[in-house]
Design a protein around this ligand. Structure first.
Ligand SMILES: Cc1cc2nc3c(=O)[nH]c(=O)nc-3n(C[C@H](O)[C@H](O)[C@H](O)COP(=O)(O)OP(=O)(O)OC[C@H]3O[C@@H](n4cnc5c(N)ncnc54)[C@H](O)[C@@H]3O)c2cc1C
Length: 370
């Protein structure tokens, strides 16, 4: 008999969603978190956007889980009073060549079953009179959610249903003990071990290292992560009212472009850019030197904003499976039966739209283990 039934490593929004879902009909669940509180890494450092599912490759986990997760998330927010706003989003073309690019984005989004409308310049300016546009895609189902409200709810519901949440508890090794796993943890310098029948690796930026602890060769498995920082700049309060919904550029190279983000304090921010971190250091500082490049990106959409109107704000770090310049890769969510590790589920590369997808990911993991 194992000491616990399910061990969830990592209390970000993904681990919390899994803990909340699993606790509906399982007992003996423990969630381990190395920081002093849940949600202190990527889950509290993002745009808080509920993505509609526009950009992802049709049939991919990102596309399927984003669309399912979006609907589940809106339903949960309505039912449980979690703060959200279905504000909608525009992807605005600022030139005729960009307008042509919108067609393929529209077709991709519609293949994913996303409701989208193509708007003329006049229709765009009716919605957002201050932005530059020669036409745009309107996504009425895109919104923003208070990720802190969401995580508080998921944490509370897991606790209420008997999940043990262990902060300041870092998993340092994972071994095999018969059909179970032996997990070693360090808690305030004290090392101890216990056995668990099921282990779910939801360790975000560290999920590749946790998979390696279980004995997986993360290079041949394709699990090794690279880090890509995304920084944000905040707009001066006097200009925060220039847009009232999310406004995105047409994607250029990597990522979906520096876009307008509306936060819960009524602030307007722009971000995130994409900066690969070769040394994988968790450095969240936002360099003032980026002001000029941010200013230029922002002015493509909102010419009223000068470099003096923006100040460095927060940043987050994406756990990416693709290297710089490579095409986007899908989420890895695998029950490692074929590696002889039945009961171990690895979640790797859960970058955007991970927040949107969290409830669908929890459902998917449960199905994998059924
Ligand atoms: C800049 C940026 C913008 C984004 N914008 C959006 C958006 O608008 N919409 C959207 O849907 N998604 C967005 N995302 C993606 C989203 O934030 C992530 O997909 C999601 O937060 C991932 O959650 P997680 O639980 O996997 O990871 P995390 O929140 O990082 O949680 C993992 C946890 O595991 C813990 N941990 C790690 N190793 C160990 C260990 N050995 N022992 C114990 N605990 C451990 C960590 O301390 C951490 O708390 C964005 C991401 C970034 C970086």
């Amino acid at each position: 008999m194992s000491d616990v039934h399910v061990t969830i490593i990592g209390a970000g929004v993904i681990g919390l969603a899994i803990a909340s879902r699993f606790s509906e009909n399982r007992k003996g669940i423990i969630m381990l978190e190395k920081n002093q509180k849940y949600g202190m890494e990527t889950s509290s450092r993002n745009s808080e956007v509920i993505h509609a599912g526009i950009y992802y490759k049709p049939g991919s986990l990102k596309a399927l889980l984003c669309v399912e997760g979006r609907d589940r998330l809106y339903e949960l927010c309505d039912k449980r009073g979690i703060t959200y706003r279905k504000c909608g989003k525009l992807i605005t073309a600022t030139s005729v060549p960009e307008l042509q690019k919108l067609d393929s984005i529209l077709a991709n989004g519609r293949s994913n079953g996303v409701r989208l409308d193509m708007l003329t310049k006049d229709q765009v300016l009716d919605l957002e009179p201050n932005i530059v546009s020669v036409g745009a895609i309107h996504s009425p189902l895109t919104g923003v959610v208070s990720v802190h409200d969401l995580m508080d709810f998921l944490h509370h519901s897991a606790l209420e249903r008997g999940v043990t949440v262990q902060p300041r508890c870092e998993v340092t090794s994972i071994g095999k003990r018969g059909r179970d796993f032996e997990i070693t943890v360090s808690e305030n310098g004290t090392v101890s071990s216990f056995t668990s029948e099921i282990v779910i690796n939801a360790a975000g930026l560290h999920s590749d290292s946790v998979a390696a602890m279980a004995g997986i060769d993360i290079d041949s498995a394709g699990y090794r992560l690279v880090y890509a920082k995304g920084s944000y700049f905040a707009v001066a309060p006097a200009k925060a009212g220039l847009v009232s919904r999310l406004v995105y550029p047409v994607p250029q190279n990597e990522g979906i472009g520096v876009h307008a983000v509306l936060d819960w304090g009524g602030r307007l921010k722009f971000g995130p850019d994409v900066e690969y971190l070769p040394d994988r250091k968790l450095d969240y500082s936002v360099e003032d030197e980026k002001r000029k490049s941010f200013g230029a990106s922002i002015r493509k959409i909102l010419p009223q904003i000068s470099d003096d109107d923006i100040t460095p704000d927060m940043s987050g770090i994406r756990p990416k499976l693709q290297r710089k310049g490579e095409p986007a890769k899908d989420f890895v969510i695998v029950h490692e039966k074929e590696r002889g590790m039945a009961g171990l589920v690895n979640l790797i590369g859960i970058e955007s739209p991970g927040l949107t997808s969290c409830l669908a990911i929890a459902r998917y993991v449960e199905d994998l283990l059924a």
